[in-house]
Design a protein around this ligand. Structure first.
Ligand SMILES: Cc1cc2nc3c(=O)[nH]c(=O)nc-3n(C[C@H](O)[C@H](O)[C@H](O)COP(=O)(O)OP(=O)(O)OC[C@H]3O[C@@H](n4cnc5c(N)ncnc54)[C@H](O)[C@@H]3O)c2cc1C
Length: 252
Protein backbone atom coordinates (compact mmCIF):
# COMPACT_ATOMS: atom_id res chain seq x y z
CA UNK A 1 0.00 0.00 0.00
CA UNK A 2 1.17 3.55 -0.72
CA UNK A 3 -0.10 7.07 -0.06
CA UNK A 4 1.21 10.43 -1.17
CA UNK A 5 0.89 14.19 -1.46
CA UNK A 6 2.40 16.78 -3.78
CA UNK A 7 2.89 19.10 -0.78
CA UNK A 8 4.28 18.21 2.65
CA UNK A 9 2.00 15.62 4.30
CA UNK A 10 -0.70 16.96 6.61
CA UNK A 11 -3.32 18.45 4.30
CA UNK A 12 -4.94 21.87 4.12
CA UNK A 13 -6.59 22.00 7.55
CA UNK A 14 -3.47 21.36 9.63
CA UNK A 15 -0.94 23.20 7.47
CA UNK A 16 -2.69 25.91 5.44
CA UNK A 17 -6.26 26.21 6.76
CA UNK A 18 -8.17 25.76 10.01
CA UNK A 19 -5.23 25.37 12.40
CA UNK A 20 -2.98 28.26 11.28
CA UNK A 21 -5.99 30.58 11.09
CA UNK A 22 -6.95 29.65 14.66
CA UNK A 23 -3.41 30.50 15.76
CA UNK A 24 -3.70 34.00 14.26
CA UNK A 25 -7.09 34.67 15.83
CA UNK A 26 -6.39 34.87 19.62
CA UNK A 27 -4.00 37.82 19.27
CA UNK A 28 -6.63 39.76 17.31
CA UNK A 29 -9.27 38.82 19.92
CA UNK A 30 -7.12 40.15 22.76
CA UNK A 31 -6.62 43.47 20.98
CA UNK A 32 -10.34 43.64 20.27
CA UNK A 33 -11.26 42.86 23.88
CA UNK A 34 -8.90 45.56 25.12
CA UNK A 35 -10.50 48.09 22.71
CA UNK A 36 -13.97 47.13 23.89
CA UNK A 37 -12.87 47.86 27.47
CA UNK A 38 -11.54 51.32 26.54
CA UNK A 39 -12.92 53.77 29.08
CA UNK A 40 -14.16 50.91 31.22
CA UNK A 41 -11.05 50.44 33.30
CA UNK A 42 -8.57 49.10 30.73
CA UNK A 43 -5.96 51.19 28.93
CA UNK A 44 -5.81 49.72 25.43
CA UNK A 45 -2.63 51.49 24.27
CA UNK A 46 -0.45 48.48 25.02
CA UNK A 47 -1.25 45.34 23.03
CA UNK A 48 -0.17 45.07 19.43
CA UNK A 49 0.61 42.21 17.04
CA UNK A 50 4.24 41.14 16.75
CA UNK A 51 4.27 39.45 13.34
CA UNK A 52 7.65 37.74 13.74
CA UNK A 53 6.69 36.18 17.10
CA UNK A 54 3.31 35.11 15.75
CA UNK A 55 4.90 33.47 12.70
CA UNK A 56 7.31 31.57 14.95
CA UNK A 57 4.41 30.50 17.17
CA UNK A 58 2.48 29.24 14.10
CA UNK A 59 5.48 27.29 12.82
CA UNK A 60 5.72 25.65 16.25
CA UNK A 61 2.36 24.02 15.48
CA UNK A 62 2.62 23.40 11.76
CA UNK A 63 6.26 22.39 11.24
CA UNK A 64 6.08 19.05 13.13
CA UNK A 65 2.88 17.99 11.29
CA UNK A 66 4.29 16.48 8.05
CA UNK A 67 6.71 14.18 9.84
CA UNK A 68 4.03 13.08 12.30
CA UNK A 69 1.44 12.49 9.57
CA UNK A 70 3.87 10.54 7.43
CA UNK A 71 5.40 8.61 10.33
CA UNK A 72 2.18 6.88 11.42
CA UNK A 73 1.30 5.15 8.13
CA UNK A 74 4.93 4.46 7.28
CA UNK A 75 5.42 2.59 10.60
CA UNK A 76 2.51 0.37 9.47
CA UNK A 77 4.29 -0.38 6.19
CA UNK A 78 2.58 2.22 3.97
CA UNK A 79 5.04 3.57 1.38
CA UNK A 80 5.15 7.42 1.46
CA UNK A 81 5.13 9.15 -1.89
CA UNK A 82 5.95 12.80 -2.63
CA UNK A 83 4.81 14.35 -5.88
CA UNK A 84 1.84 15.12 -8.07
CA UNK A 85 -0.24 12.08 -8.95
CA UNK A 86 -1.53 11.77 -12.51
CA UNK A 87 -3.37 8.91 -14.17
CA UNK A 88 -1.56 7.29 -17.08
CA UNK A 89 -4.37 4.81 -17.64
CA UNK A 90 -7.38 3.83 -15.52
CA UNK A 91 -5.20 1.33 -13.63
CA UNK A 92 -1.84 3.15 -13.59
CA UNK A 93 -1.09 6.21 -11.49
CA UNK A 94 2.24 8.04 -11.90
CA UNK A 95 3.87 9.83 -8.96
CA UNK A 96 7.27 11.46 -9.31
CA UNK A 97 8.04 9.54 -12.51
CA UNK A 98 7.14 6.13 -11.07
CA UNK A 99 4.02 4.22 -12.11
CA UNK A 100 1.85 2.33 -9.60
CA UNK A 101 -0.66 -0.25 -10.82
CA UNK A 102 -3.88 -1.07 -8.95
CA UNK A 103 -7.54 -1.77 -9.53
CA UNK A 104 -8.51 0.76 -6.85
CA UNK A 105 -7.18 4.20 -5.92
CA UNK A 106 -8.49 6.49 -3.20
CA UNK A 107 -8.43 10.08 -4.41
CA UNK A 108 -8.72 12.55 -1.52
CA UNK A 109 -7.14 15.63 -3.05
CA UNK A 110 -9.39 18.28 -1.50
CA UNK A 111 -10.01 21.62 -3.16
CA UNK A 112 -8.01 24.42 -4.82
CA UNK A 113 -8.95 28.07 -5.40
CA UNK A 114 -11.01 28.45 -8.60
CA UNK A 115 -9.13 30.17 -11.42
CA UNK A 116 -10.12 33.83 -11.84
CA UNK A 117 -10.77 35.32 -15.26
CA UNK A 118 -9.77 38.98 -15.01
CA UNK A 119 -6.47 40.43 -16.29
CA UNK A 120 -3.46 39.80 -14.04
CA UNK A 121 -5.43 37.61 -11.64
CA UNK A 122 -2.18 35.68 -11.16
CA UNK A 123 -0.94 38.60 -9.00
CA UNK A 124 -3.51 37.81 -6.32
CA UNK A 125 -2.20 35.91 -3.35
CA UNK A 126 -4.24 33.01 -1.97
CA UNK A 127 -5.12 32.18 1.64
CA UNK A 128 -1.96 30.07 2.03
CA UNK A 129 0.24 33.04 1.13
CA UNK A 130 -1.81 35.33 3.41
CA UNK A 131 -1.30 32.96 6.34
CA UNK A 132 2.45 33.04 5.60
CA UNK A 133 2.73 36.85 5.81
CA UNK A 134 4.85 38.07 8.67
CA UNK A 135 3.49 41.61 8.38
CA UNK A 136 0.07 42.49 6.99
CA UNK A 137 0.38 45.51 4.65
CA UNK A 138 -1.55 48.66 5.54
CA UNK A 139 -4.06 48.40 2.67
CA UNK A 140 -5.20 44.98 1.61
CA UNK A 141 -8.15 43.87 -0.50
CA UNK A 142 -9.68 40.42 -0.51
CA UNK A 143 -11.74 38.98 -3.35
CA UNK A 144 -14.58 36.78 -2.06
CA UNK A 145 -17.02 37.47 0.77
CA UNK A 146 -16.80 34.17 2.63
CA UNK A 147 -15.73 33.29 6.17
CA UNK A 148 -12.01 33.15 5.32
CA UNK A 149 -12.04 36.69 3.85
CA UNK A 150 -13.98 38.03 6.81
CA UNK A 151 -11.74 36.40 9.38
CA UNK A 152 -8.57 37.60 7.63
CA UNK A 153 -10.00 41.13 7.34
CA UNK A 154 -10.90 41.22 11.05
CA UNK A 155 -7.43 39.95 11.98
CA UNK A 156 -5.80 42.47 9.60
CA UNK A 157 -7.70 45.40 11.08
CA UNK A 158 -6.57 44.44 14.61
CA UNK A 159 -3.03 44.34 13.19
CA UNK A 160 -3.46 47.98 12.14
CA UNK A 161 -4.43 47.50 8.47
CA UNK A 162 -7.39 48.93 6.52
CA UNK A 163 -8.77 45.91 4.68
CA UNK A 164 -11.45 45.74 2.01
CA UNK A 165 -13.61 42.87 0.78
CA UNK A 166 -15.26 42.70 -2.63
CA UNK A 167 -17.87 40.07 -3.36
CA UNK A 168 -19.81 39.44 -6.57
CA UNK A 169 -22.90 38.19 -4.67
CA UNK A 170 -25.71 40.38 -3.38
CA UNK A 171 -24.80 39.52 0.23
CA UNK A 172 -21.52 38.41 1.76
CA UNK A 173 -21.53 35.23 3.89
CA UNK A 174 -24.71 34.21 2.11
CA UNK A 175 -25.03 30.90 3.97
CA UNK A 176 -25.10 32.59 7.37
CA UNK A 177 -28.07 34.21 9.15
CA UNK A 178 -28.53 37.65 7.50
CA UNK A 179 -29.10 39.56 10.77
CA UNK A 180 -25.81 38.22 12.19
CA UNK A 181 -23.98 39.05 8.96
CA UNK A 182 -25.35 42.62 9.12
CA UNK A 183 -24.01 42.95 12.68
CA UNK A 184 -20.61 41.64 11.59
CA UNK A 185 -20.43 43.99 8.59
CA UNK A 186 -21.43 46.92 10.81
CA UNK A 187 -18.83 45.98 13.41
CA UNK A 188 -16.20 45.57 10.70
CA UNK A 189 -17.05 48.99 9.24
CA UNK A 190 -16.36 50.57 12.67
CA UNK A 191 -12.89 49.02 12.49
CA UNK A 192 -12.33 50.26 8.92
CA UNK A 193 -13.32 47.14 6.91
CA UNK A 194 -14.82 48.24 3.59
CA UNK A 195 -17.23 45.55 2.29
CA UNK A 196 -18.56 45.97 -1.27
CA UNK A 197 -21.28 43.55 -2.41
CA UNK A 198 -22.28 42.95 -6.05
CA UNK A 199 -18.77 43.95 -6.97
CA UNK A 200 -16.40 42.22 -9.33
CA UNK A 201 -12.74 42.85 -10.05
CA UNK A 202 -12.17 44.02 -13.63
CA UNK A 203 -8.38 44.18 -13.57
CA UNK A 204 -5.33 44.33 -11.36
CA UNK A 205 -2.36 46.47 -12.27
CA UNK A 206 0.96 46.70 -10.45
CA UNK A 207 2.39 50.18 -10.05
CA UNK A 208 5.76 49.86 -8.32
CA UNK A 209 5.15 47.99 -5.10
CA UNK A 210 1.45 48.94 -5.01
CA UNK A 211 -1.58 47.49 -6.81
CA UNK A 212 -4.28 49.37 -8.66
CA UNK A 213 -7.44 47.30 -8.64
CA UNK A 214 -10.38 48.28 -10.83
CA UNK A 215 -13.66 47.09 -9.33
CA UNK A 216 -17.10 47.24 -10.88
CA UNK A 217 -20.25 47.75 -8.80
CA UNK A 218 -23.43 47.68 -10.91
CA UNK A 219 -21.57 48.98 -13.98
CA UNK A 220 -19.72 51.75 -12.14
CA UNK A 221 -15.95 51.27 -12.12
CA UNK A 222 -13.80 52.50 -9.26
CA UNK A 223 -10.03 52.21 -8.89
CA UNK A 224 -8.73 51.16 -5.48
CA UNK A 225 -5.04 51.62 -4.65
CA UNK A 226 -3.73 49.02 -2.27
CA UNK A 227 -0.59 47.14 -1.36
CA UNK A 228 -1.83 43.59 -1.58
CA UNK A 229 -4.76 41.83 -3.16
CA UNK A 230 -5.79 38.36 -2.15
CA UNK A 231 -8.36 35.84 -3.26
CA UNK A 232 -10.47 33.82 -0.85
CA UNK A 233 -13.35 33.00 -3.15
CA UNK A 234 -14.98 29.61 -3.50
CA UNK A 235 -12.72 26.64 -4.04
CA UNK A 236 -13.32 23.75 -6.40
CA UNK A 237 -12.30 20.09 -6.37
CA UNK A 238 -8.58 19.73 -7.03
CA UNK A 239 -9.40 17.08 -9.65
CA UNK A 240 -11.26 19.67 -11.80
CA UNK A 241 -9.31 20.19 -15.01
CA UNK A 242 -6.36 18.16 -13.72
CA UNK A 243 -4.64 15.05 -15.01
CA UNK A 244 -5.90 13.32 -11.88
CA UNK A 245 -9.28 12.69 -13.46
CA UNK A 246 -9.37 8.95 -13.86
CA UNK A 247 -9.67 7.87 -17.49
CA UNK A 248 -12.53 5.50 -18.29
CA UNK A 249 -11.65 1.80 -18.00
CA UNK A 250 -11.26 0.13 -21.36
CA UNK A 251 -13.97 -2.46 -22.04
CA UNK A 252 -12.97 -6.13 -21.82
C1 LIG B 1 -7.75 29.16 4.82
C2 LIG B 1 -8.66 27.97 5.11
C3 LIG B 1 -9.26 27.87 6.35
C4 LIG B 1 -10.09 26.79 6.62
N1 LIG B 1 -10.68 26.73 7.86
C5 LIG B 1 -11.50 25.73 8.15
C6 LIG B 1 -12.13 25.62 9.44
O1 LIG B 1 -11.90 26.47 10.31
N2 LIG B 1 -12.96 24.58 9.67
C7 LIG B 1 -13.21 23.63 8.72
O2 LIG B 1 -13.99 22.70 8.96
N3 LIG B 1 -12.61 23.68 7.49
C8 LIG B 1 -11.78 24.70 7.19
N4 LIG B 1 -11.18 24.74 5.96
C9 LIG B 1 -11.47 23.68 5.00
C10 LIG B 1 -10.62 22.43 5.31
O3 LIG B 1 -9.24 22.76 5.33
C11 LIG B 1 -10.88 21.39 4.23
O4 LIG B 1 -12.27 21.14 4.20
C12 LIG B 1 -10.17 20.07 4.54
O5 LIG B 1 -8.78 20.29 4.66
C13 LIG B 1 -10.45 19.08 3.41
O6 LIG B 1 -9.75 17.90 3.71
P1 LIG B 1 -9.33 16.89 2.56
O7 LIG B 1 -8.60 15.78 3.22
O8 LIG B 1 -10.53 16.58 1.74
O9 LIG B 1 -8.35 17.73 1.57
P2 LIG B 1 -6.98 18.46 1.90
O10 LIG B 1 -6.76 18.63 3.35
O11 LIG B 1 -6.94 19.66 1.02
O12 LIG B 1 -5.90 17.39 1.42
C14 LIG B 1 -5.74 17.09 0.06
C15 LIG B 1 -4.28 16.95 -0.25
O13 LIG B 1 -4.16 16.45 -1.59
C16 LIG B 1 -3.01 17.02 -2.17
N5 LIG B 1 -3.16 16.96 -3.63
C17 LIG B 1 -4.03 17.65 -4.43
N6 LIG B 1 -3.88 17.28 -5.72
C18 LIG B 1 -2.90 16.35 -5.75
C19 LIG B 1 -2.28 15.58 -6.78
N7 LIG B 1 -2.67 15.65 -8.05
N8 LIG B 1 -1.28 14.72 -6.43
C20 LIG B 1 -0.87 14.60 -5.15
N9 LIG B 1 -1.42 15.28 -4.13
C21 LIG B 1 -2.41 16.15 -4.42
C22 LIG B 1 -2.95 18.43 -1.63
O14 LIG B 1 -1.61 18.89 -1.62
C23 LIG B 1 -3.52 18.27 -0.22
O15 LIG B 1 -2.51 18.23 0.77
C24 LIG B 1 -10.33 25.79 5.65
C25 LIG B 1 -9.70 25.87 4.40
C26 LIG B 1 -8.88 26.96 4.13
C27 LIG B 1 -8.21 27.06 2.78
Amino acid sequence: MAGGDELPWGGTCALRGCDPRKILRPGAEIIDSARLMRGKGIEDRGPSINGADLTRHRHGFTDPVPQRMEGGPSRKGVESLHGTATFETANRLVVDGRAYGSRHFLIATGAHPRPLDFPRAEHLIDSTAFLGLEQVPGRVLSFGGGSVSFEFAHIATRAGASPGIVDPGSRPLERFAPHLVDLLVERGAEGGIDVRAETTVSSVEHVGSACRVTVDTAGIEVVIEIELVGSAHRRRAATAGSALRRPAREAG
